[in-house]
Write a protein that binds this ligand. Structure first.
Ligand SMILES: Nc1ncnc2c1ncn2[C@@H]1O[C@H](COP(=O)(O)OP(=O)(O)OP(=O)(O)O)[C@@H](O)[C@H]1O
Length: 300
């Protein structure tokens, strides 16, 4: 479990992380979304125990994260800019990981070989960008971490490899309750992976949601009433996030249980009534509109 409490980080005059709190439960996959410069990398480096926060506390399984060797041995971090030892081959990098991570699983490393199809004697710095990223995943997953922190991990991976890696992550989460924190600019890239999503902006988490709740809780409603004068009274009974009018048809984004929305709307005579699911992207856009932020760029 990752617990971040009131954490701030400043570089010279630049406040990168601003009094931020966040919890990632054991065995869950948390997607941290945010535009360029939102503070994602700064936060992940502190959680990975590489950088120290100026204020607040960061704990992994109740232990402080910063430079805590027993904790770092159970945490794997794949940064946005990858680092491998100069001139090292894949096999040599694996040997280094084996030294560092007590839970390194050589059998798993061998088992994953066909998934990545990269020869062990290849020098990592000569591999393509996407292949380097594959090696980073191969090593991290063979280290059997309890916590996996991924900074923009999908960048440079082809669609087949993205799917393979997503499946491997799901497997580790399901089988041994690995906890995953993953940052991205793009909701679509990670929405099928995460069970929680938080949106970060200017060093703060603006909104944080459990995906299953969101999808069952927010709906798009198209509606036309026989008697339009009853609209206001009806709308007051609904929890409306967004509302627009197209001719005589109202388009509403409504929060609440589907059966309750049906019951409220059918208390009035309707000419047209449709209740449709929303994409996660739409839900965030409407939710953010509700708190007054323009968030579309992060979500597209
Ligand atoms: N080492 C550093 N020295 C000075 N400023 C820094 C340093 N690292 C980050 N910053 C600043 O902190 C802010 C947050 O940067 P950070 O890299 O954490 O954002 P990010 O959300 O990961 O961005 P991106 O999506 O573009 O990678 C930015 O304004 C950045 O310029």
């Amino acid at each position: 479990m990752i617990q971040v409490l009131s954490v701030s980080k400043q570089y010279n005059k630049q406040l990168a992380v601003n009094d931020l709190s966040l919890t990632v439960k054991k065995g869950s996959i948390y997607g941290l979304l945010g535009s360029n410069g939102a503070g994602k990398t700064s936060l992940l480096k502190m959680i990975a125990g590489i950088n120290r926060q100026d204020k607040g506390t960061i704990k992994i399984d109740k232990q402080p994260a910063f430079e805590n060797i027993p904790i770092k041995e159970r945490v794997a971090f794949i940064p946005d800019v990858l680092y491998f030892f100069p001139q090292a081959t894949v096999a040599q990098m694996a040997a280094q990981y084996k030294e560092y991570y007590p839970n390194w699983n050589q059998q798993r490393f061998e088992q994953l070989k066909p998934a990545f199809k990269i020869e062990l004697d290849r020098k990592v710095h000569r591999l393509s960008k996407g292949m380097k990223r594959q090696v980073a995943f191969w090593l991290a997953l063979s280290a059997m971490p309890d916590v996996l922190i991924l900074d923009e991990p999908i960048d440079g991976l082809d669609p087949v490899m993205r799917q393979k890696i997503k499946n491997l992550l799901f497997q580790d989460v399901a089988e041994r309750e690995m906890t995953v924190l993953i940052s991205s600019h793009n909701l679509r890239e990670i929405e099928d992976l995460c069970d929680h999503v938080g949106i970060m902006h200017q060093g703060k988490i603006l909104i944080e949601k459990e995906i299953d709740d969101l999808k069952t809780d927010t709906h798009k409603v198209q509606l036309a009433l026989s008697d339009p004068s009853q609209e206001e009274q009806l709308f007051n009974k609904l929890n409306i996030l967004h509302q627009e009018k197209r001719g005589s048809v109202s388009l509403l984004i409504v929060k609440g249980r589907e059966d309750q929305i049906h019951e409220i709307i059918h208390s009035t005579e309707v000419i047209l009534f449709d209740l449709l699911p929303l994409t996660l992207e739409e839900i965030f856009i409407y939710e953010m509109e509700d708190v007054g932020y323009e968030i579309e760029k992060i979500l597209l």
